[in-house]
Design a protein around this ligand. Structure first.
Ligand code: GLN
Ligand code: ZN
Length: 753
């Protein structure tokens, strides 16, 4: 058998420690960098990363996880599965970016969440006429580069089962997995090429197997890996899963001839000992969390590894998933106090933990006792830190009864809210207005100290005044302040809440060249001061129309942060909910009569396995209700949700019990209204009547038609008129034109009521 290895990671971040790849790719798009420059930037990032991983002590290094945009798109290229509409673009790199981002004439692929992470992949489109064909140039080139540098390279590719399960069938209803037999020969060919290029191992990622799969799907996976492992000329196969346990798929895959299995022992809890076939495998144990930022409990991890020794043929230590989901290194952070810093591990620190554990496994714990002692000391200091326990917050939560917080019956609230004197079909927007150049300049100037806080606030107030004037002029009914002071709807709140810290350089790829810096929730959450009241009250002081206060909900704040691992997420959610509740009460006290609590991430945190969903939805709904049930009946609560696949969460949306729910529907053609009716939803609803993801200005006729269609499903008293999401990524001119048409369409429809 091929030589095994002892220490690895399943993948690495690729955007660059200082977002070098983002900058290079964007410069290439803008025509400021030529292709050779872009390729050189990519090659240098790979070289630097591999050399770090090798120096850190990994003896097998993933290669091929680099990407100019997205690894699922890379796989589509590798398998010849780009859509026909880009086929005419002769240059491969231009074709690739056209599929990713679209061009003037070509629509891009759709983007969606990579499992339950905040990374978005491009969804390959497969039609009955797609003819798969292998183009392994990318992975072969990267392998060649790695081998030239003497890197112990393990090429990584996405497996055929996951590729098909993540793709979208276009022009046919047949399940795409039926076409797996067309892909198997391509993987056989690929493995031959990789072996010829010197690869000892190939990592084949099949994360889709950790979600609920039918027995038939598991049987397909088994058949695929039986066939692939029967190929004589190939590297040893490491079949990798992550983001959960394999469940029933584990014995099936272990029964195939693959040499290795990588399993996620952080998110999953597969009973490896009950699978005898594993004693013939190289088991790559994901004991270091690849998705969160906490320092590993080395004693516990070594304990887990110890129990695996008897169940595995050979054993290697790894991260639970690719390090794509965490920042590069703590070395780039200056803002943490020493204690906080000692509790954390980002990418490079996690690599070090993997190596430490592998050393302990092969040479005994004594060889690395210092590291263990440091981890132990940090863990006990963390447990004892006063910031983790706020007695007041805990007492408030303890005082809550078991059942979900409830407001008065909806009809009673509706009567109390009639004082708002809104017309039928009220018009509004989702919160943000275009982030203008002035806003960005002001933020940058504040950061560099060129202007002070007072000047910054004055400039933001000017933006607010501008947006209020615009909305009055357009004739919107419920106004917003436009969110100019927020660069990010989660970070803005995290910066003001005790229990959260933010990073200087903790960038994580969200999609393509877009990165986010998730805050870290480490302690009990408390709101020392009001967070939004000044801005919203100022906006309200400029107009007689109601201004809607804008808050981010507890689920979304957690979904877009790194969260505590020392208490259930539900508890953290309730703590955030209390802080938001305090804010709603203060907004109400300042004369704000409508408050929107956004929960765009409600769907995103939905567990991958159906058995885990009811418990999640229960606490998620509970936290939202806790956040929104502290106000009087006369205060109207709105929420906003922005994804179009509601199926699984439709009951939960109704249970949120918000007076008004605005929801993305421009692209899903109002189907959402029928779905809501089906669960007896009878509150206010604003199905987005135009798609803000495109610069196109919708015509009056188009919006009018959407509204008339909506009125077939929802009575006029409950229907609101709004775009399908916030406007911050749009330009001012198109926003003005679109909203003008929106108001006019509402007026036309209103006249007929
Ligand atoms: N209020 C936010 C905005 O308008 C909502 C954003 C979102 O749905 N992601 O920008
Ligand atoms: Zn939205």
């Amino acid at each position: 058998m091929t030589a095994t290895f002892t220490a690895t990671v399943l993948g690495s971040p690729r955007i660059g420690p200082n977002r070098e790849l983002k900058k290079a790719v964007e410069a290439y798009w803008a025509g400021r960098l030529d292709r050779a420059g872009l390729e050189a930037a990519g090659a240098e990032l790979r070289r630097a990363q591999w050399s770090q991983l090798r120096e850190a002590g990994l003896d097998s290094i993933p290669v091929g996880t680099f990407s100019y945009y997205d690894h699922v798109l890379d796989t589509a290229v590798m398998l010849g599965a780009l859509p026909d509409r880009v086929a005419g673009i002769a240059d491969p790199l231009d074709r690739y970016f056209a599929a990713a981002r679209g061009t003037d004439t070509v629509a891009p692929l759709e983007m969606t969440k990579w499992f339950d992470t905040n990374y978005h992949y491009l969804v390959p489109e497969i039609t009955p006429s797609t003819v798969f064909a292998l183009d392994a140039a990318k992975v072969l080139d990267e392998l060649a580069q790695a081998r030239t540098l003497g890197v112990p390279a393990r090429p990584v590719v996405l497996g055929p089962v996951t590729f098909l399960l993540l793709s979208k069938a276009v022009g046919s209803d047949a399940p795409l997995l039926d076409r797996v037999d067309e892909l198997v020969p391509l993987y056989v060919e690929l493995f031959g090429q990789l072996a010829a290029a010197g690869a000892q191992w190939v990592q084949v990622d099949e994360p889709a197997l950790v979600a609920d799969r039918t027995p038939e799907e598991i049987a397909v996976a088994r058949r695929v890996y039986d066939r692939l492992s029967a190929v004589p000329e190939r590297p040893a196969i490491l079949l990798a899963s992550y983001f959960g346990g394999l469940g029933d798929a584990l014995p099936a895959l272990a029964a195939t001839g693959v040499e290795g299995l990588a399993v996620d022992l952080v998110a999953g809890s597969d009973a490896l000992a009950s699978v005898p076939a594993l004693t013939r495998k190289h088991v790559v144990a994901g004991v270091v969390d690849g998705r969160n930022v906490w320092r590993t409990d080395l004693d516990a991890a070594l304990g887990t590894l110890g129990t695996l020794l008897g169940s595995a043929g050979t054993l290697a230590v790894s991260t639970s998933c690719s390090l794509l989901h965490v920042p590069y290194t703590l070395d780039a952070e200056t803002g943490f106090d020493a204690a906080l810093r000692s509790w954390l591990a980002f990418g490079s620190e996690k690599v070090h933990e993997v190596v430490t554990l592998a050393t302990a496994l092969t040479r005994g714990r004594d060889a690395v006792e210092d590291e263990f002692a440091r981890a132990r000391a940090a863990a006990s200091a963390r447990r004892a830190d006063a910031r983790l326990y706020d007695g007041t917050v805990r007492a408030r939560l303890d005082a809550l009864t078991g059942s979900k917080p409830t407001r008065s019956p909806a009809a009673q609230r509706r009567r109390a809210q009639s004082a708002l004197r809104l017309p039928a079909l009220p018009t509004t927007t989702i919160g943000s207005y275009p982030q203008t150049a002035q806003i960005r300049i002001a933020r940058a100037a504040l950061r560099t100290g060129e202007i002070d806080e007072t000047e910054y606030r004055a400039r933001m107030r000017a933006e607010i005044a501008d947006v209020i004037a615009l909305q009055e002029e357009l004739g919107l009914d419920v106004l917003v302040h436009g969110e100019p002071e927020r660069n990010d709807m989660v970070q803005y709140f995290a910066e003001q809440l005790d229990g959260f810290c933010v990073t200087d350089n903790g960038w994580v790829q969200s999609y393509g060249s877009r990165c986010v810096r998730p805050p870290i929730l480490y302690g009990d959450v408390r709101r020392p001061d009001p967070m939004t009241v000044d801005w919203i009250a100022y906006a309200q002081s400029l107009t007689d129309r109601p201004v809607k206060g804008m808050l981010t909900g507890p689920v979304t704040i957690l979904a877009w942060s790194f969260v505590r691992d020392d208490q259930p997420l539900a508890e953290s959610a309730n703590q955030v909910a209390l802080a938001i509740q305090d804010e709603t009460v203060d907004l109400q006290g300042a004369g704000i009569r409508i408050i929107q609590v956004d929960e765009p991430a409600l769907r995103e945190l939905l567990p991958l396995r159906a058995v885990d969903r009811p418990a999640y939805l229960d606490w998620a709904v509970g936290a939202f209700r806790l956040a929104t049930s502290g106000v009087a009946d006369s205060t109207q609560i709105h929420t906003h949700l922005c994804y179009s696949e509601f199926g699984e969460v439709i009951d939960a949306i109704a249970e949120l019990d918000a007076d008004v729910t605005s929801i993305e529907a421009a692209r899903s053609h109002m189907e959402v209204l029928d779905d809501l009716n089906a669960v007896g939803f009878d509150l206010g609803v604003g199905p987005g009547v135009y798609d803000i993801h495109s610069p196109r200005v919708p015509s009056v006729a188009e919006i009018e038609m959407s509204l008339r269609k909506a009125l077939e499903a929802v009575p006029a008293e409950r229907l609101w008129v709004n775009p399908d999401c916030g406007l911050k990524t749009r330009g001012r001119t198109e926003v003005e034109a679109s909203l003008h048409n929106l108001v006019e369409a509402a007026q036309l429809v209103r006249a007929d009521l």
